[in-house]
Structure formats: structure tokens, C-alpha cells
Design a protein around this ligand. Sequence first.
Ligand SMILES: [Zn+2]
Length: 184
Amino acid sequence: MSFRYRMFVARIGIVALAFFSVWLSRPASGCSWSELKTHYVTIVYANRKYLSHFEEKISPGNYTPDSTEITLDSIVQRVETLLDMFPGDLKFTMVLLPNSKDVQRVYASKYGRSPDYIAFYSPCDNTVFLSVEDVRVGVLAHELSHVVVDKYFRISPPYKIHELLAQYVETHFDEVSETVPETH
Ligand SMILES: [Zn+2]
């Protein structure tokens, strides 16, 4: 087998693996993805009901169908304020999955193990995966902290420091002033 042929086969293998990874990340229902873009986040979901459920969870009491962008972006800004970290050009993706089993399935496809997670941030994919069934504002703030910390440092801190910062934000999120800067 020639070197060129082996390289060709290797490239085909890499492309096949990439497609397999994306396929594993799809929802079990096989529905097509839809997107909603906010200033910071591209929200990806397979069914409008997951987005609606997510919207209700993150804005309890004052939910309106058009408030998602404002609410989610203000949560991102509140996380930045708590951490006192304002990375420039903060953009990332958030995949809404129906429940924790789907989150764990995606995690297993990426990392080969299935911890009991209801949400996680994948730096390689620049993506937060979360269970709509389990999400609450504190959980969301925790995952957003991982995104902000990851973007803020040129070299990402060790896992334990990451986790300490995310847990700090989750614990103190409700103590943050409602006043947040418009721009950074
Ligand atoms: Zn964490």
C-alpha cells in the first residue's frame, strides 16, 4: 500500500469519525435542528417545545416568548460580572437536549464514559450541552462560568480551579445586582 493511498484512507477515516461524532450528538428522535441566535449564544434544539421549556425554566414568572435573547444574554453578563472576567467576542453554542440521558449519551460519545451529568461544556466544540428537563438558572450559570473562564484565560486553568469558579458563580448567582453593564 503506497504512502499516498494510506494517507487517503486515513483522511477518509477522519471524515467518517467526524460524521459519526455529529450523528451521535443528534437527538434520538432524528428531528432536524433549529437555531436561535442571541448576542452571545447560538441555541440549537430539535423541537420547539424544548426551547419553550428552556425559556420557562430560565425566566420563571416573567416569561414572554420574545424574552429569551434578553434573558439569556443578561445571565451571561451576570456571570461575567460575578467572575469579573469579560472575554472579548464571547460566542458559543448551546444544545438543548430533552433529558439527562441524552446529555450522558453525548458525553459518552465524546469522552467514553457516562457520569451522571445533567449538563456539560465541551471546550473543543465551544458548546454547552444541557438537559431541558433538569435545567435551572443556577445550573445554566454554572455551565456559562465554564465558558467564560475558558475564553478569558489564554491557557485554561486546571479542572479543579474551573470547577471552583463555576460552583462559586452557581452559589452566589442570585446575589448579583440586577444592574449589569451594557457593553464591555
Ligand atoms: Zn462544572
